[in-house]
Design a protein around this ligand. Structure first.
Ligand code: PMP
Length: 458
C-alpha cells in the first residue's frame, strides 16, 4: 500500500484508526493532529513544512537532540549482528552487559546492579514487586505499604498509575492496594498565606514522618518520589524539603526510591536528580534519557544493601520479553557516549542551564506570571491573575490551555499542566535557540494576556 501524502489524508486515517494516549479522541479528531515528519537538533518539522522548536525534548526524553547518526548506526549495527535475544534462562548478551557496567559507573556509588525494562511504567511496576520481595526475604512481609505523593506521576500501567497521585487517572481505573499518597511540595499552589518556602518545605516533608509513624514503621516499605515532579507541573521543592525527607528516611527502616525517569541523565545539571538535591536513594528508576528516546528502554538500579538481600531470595519472578533488548541497550550506550564526550551534564550545570535560567527567571516580571522556577534545563511558569495573593484562575486549566494553544501556533512545543506552562528542552540547545525559545514564550504570554483581558479574567 502506498501511503497518502497530504496532511488532510493522513489526518483522516489517523482519526479513523489511531487512539492517542491521554487524549480526548472525539475533540482531537475534529481538530486534527499535528503530524511530525522529521527532526534535527531541537527542531521538529511537521507535514506542512513548519519548523517547530521542541521545548519538551519529545516527552522529556530527547536529551542529546534529534538526528544523532551515531545512535542510528549503533542500533543498525546491533540489529544486523543480534537483533534480539532475551536475558531469561541463563543467557545474556554483550549490549546488556556493557550497559549494566556503564550504569554502575554513572550512577551514585551505592548502585552497582540494574534490572532492565522497556519503559518508566514497567520500571515502577518492577519497583513495587522488588520492594515487597525485599521485605518478604527479610521476613517482614507486613512491610508492604509504599508512600507516594499526590500529583506524582510514576507511569500509566495499573500498578504505576496507582503509585502515581493523579486523581484523573485513579478515577478511570481501579487502583492497587497498599499505596498511600501524601502532600506534594508545591509551594505556589499549596502553601498557607504567610508561610515561607522554608517552612512549607519542612511541613510537607514532615507529612512523610507523620504518615510513617501513624501507620507504624513495621507496615511501611518505601517512599517513592520524583526529585522534581515533572508531569505534575515541574514542581521544584523548596530548599528545605529534600534534606528533611533524607533525614526522615535515614532514621527509619524504609527504602527510598528516586524516580529519575525525567530528572535522570543530565536534566537537572547532574547525572541524576538525587545528586542535585543531596538524597541517597536505595532504588533509582530510569527510562527516557537513557536512550534519549531513540529506542524504548527503562531500568531499575538497586543499591548494594538491597541487592545483597534480593540475591539471597532465590528466583525473582518478574521480567519482560524486552528486558535489556540488545538494540535498545546499543542505543543507550551510544547515547551515553555522546553525553560523556560532549560533557552535556557539565553544559547544563555551568553553561546553557544558567544561561536559560537567567532569561527564564526574567519572565516572572510578566504580569501573567506568578513564578518562573528552573533547575538545570527544566522549568515552569505559573500563570495567575494576581501574583501577590497567589490566586488561581476561576476555571483551572483554561488559561493554561489557552497559552499552550498560542505556543503551538507560535511553533514552540511547551506543555500546560493546569495553569502552569512547562519546558524541558534538549540538553544540546544553543544560546541562540534559548533566546528564540524565550522570545516565543514572551509572545505567547503577551497573546494569552490580551485574550484573558478580553475575557475579563485579568
Ligand atoms: N516516572 C516518571 C517520573 C515519568 O515522568 C514517567 C513518564 N513521563 C514515567 C515514570 C512513565 O514512563 P513511561 O511513559 O516510559 O512508561
Amino acid at each position: 500500500m502506498t501511503l497518502p501524502k497530504s496532511t488532510a489524508e493522513l489526518r483522516a486515517l489517523d482519526a479513523a484508526h489511531h487512539l492517542h494516549p491521554f487524549s480526548d479522541m472525539k475533540a482531537l479528531n475534529e481538530e486534527g493532529s499535528r503530524i511530525v515528519v522529521k527532526a534535527e537538533g531541537v527542531w521538529l518539522t511537521d507535514s506542512d513544512g513548519n519548523r517547530i522548536l521542541d521545548g519538551m525534548s519529545g516527552l522529556w526524553c530527547v536529551n542529546v537532540g534529534y538526528g544523532r547518526e551515531e545512535i542510528v548506526e549503533a542500533v543498525a549495527a546491533q540489529l544486523r549482528e543480534l537483533p534480539y535475544y532475551n536475558t531469561f534462562f541463563k543467557t545474556t548478551h554483550r549490549p546488556a552487559i556493557e550497559l549494566s557496567a556503564k550504569l554502575a559507573e554513572l550512577t551514585p556509588p551505592q548502585f552497582n546492579k540494574v534490572f532492565f525494562t522497556g519503559s518508566g511504567s514497567e520500571s515502577n511496576d518492577t519497583v513495587i514487586k522488588l520492594v515487597r520481595r525485599f521485605f518478604q526475604i527479610k521476613e517482614k512481609p507486613e512491610k508492604k505499604i509504599i508512600i507516594s505523593r499526590r500529583n506524582a506521576y510514576h507511569g500509566s500501567t495499573v500498578a504505576a498509575g496507582s503509585l502515581g497521585g493523579m486523581a484523573p487517572m485513579h478515577g478511570q481505573s481501579a487502583v492497587i492496594p497498599d499505596i498511600l499518597h501524601i502532600a506534594q511540595p508545591y509551594f505556589w499552589g499549596e502553601a498557607r498565606q504567610g508561610e515561607t518556602p522554608e517552612e512549607f518545605g519542612l511541613r510537607t516533608a514532615r507529612a512523610l514522618e507523620a504518615t510513617i509513624d501513624a501507620m507504624g514503621e513495621d507496615r511501611i516499605a518505601a517512599f517513592i518520589a520524583e526529585p522534581i515532579q515533572g508531569a505534575g507541573g515541574v514542581i521544584i521543592p523548596p530548599a528545605s524539603y529534600w534534606p528533611e525527607v533524607a533525614r526522615i528516611c535515614r532514621e527509619r527502616d524504609i527504602l527510598f526510591i528516586s524516580d529519575e525517569v525525567i530528572c535522570g541523565f543530565g536534566r537537572t545539571g547532574n547525572w541524576f536528580g538525587c545528586e542535585t538535591f543531596g538524597t541517597e536513594p536505595d532504588i533509582l528508576v530510569m527510562a527516557k534519557g537513557i536512550t534519549s528516546g531513540y529506542m524504548p528502554l527503562g531500568g531499575v538500579m538497586v543499591a548494594d544493601r538491597v541487592a545483597e538481600v534480593l540475591l539471597e531470595g532465590g528466583d525473582f519472578n518478574h521480567g519482560y520479553t524486552y528486558s535489556g533488548h540488545p538494540a535498545a541497550c546499543a542505543a543507550a550506550l551510544a547515547n551515553l557516549a555522546i553525553m560523556q564526550r560532549e560533557d552535556l551534564v557539565g553544559r547544563v550545570a555551568n553553561d546553557v542551564g544558567p544561561y536559560l535560567k537567567a532569561r527564564w527567571s526574567a519572565l516572572a516580571e510578566h504580569p501573567l506570571v506568578g513564578e518562573a522556577p528552573m533547575t538545570g534545563l527544566v522549568g515552569a511558569l505559573e500563570l495567575t491573575p494576581d501574583k501577590a495573593g497567589r490566586t488561581k484562575f476561576p476555571d483551572v486549566g483554561k488559561a493554561g490551555t489557552l497559552a499552550r494553544d498560542f505556543s503551538f501556533k507560535n511553533n514552540l512545543v511547551m506543555r500546560a499542566v493546569r495553569d502552569r506552562l512547562i519546558i524541558a528542552p534538549p540538553l544540546i540547545i544553543s544560546h541562540e535557540e534559548c533566546d528564540e525559545l524565550v522570545a516565543r514564550v514572551r509572545k505567547t504570554l503577551d497573546e494569552t494576556f490580551a485574550e484573558l483581558k478580553r475575557w475579563g479574567w485579568v
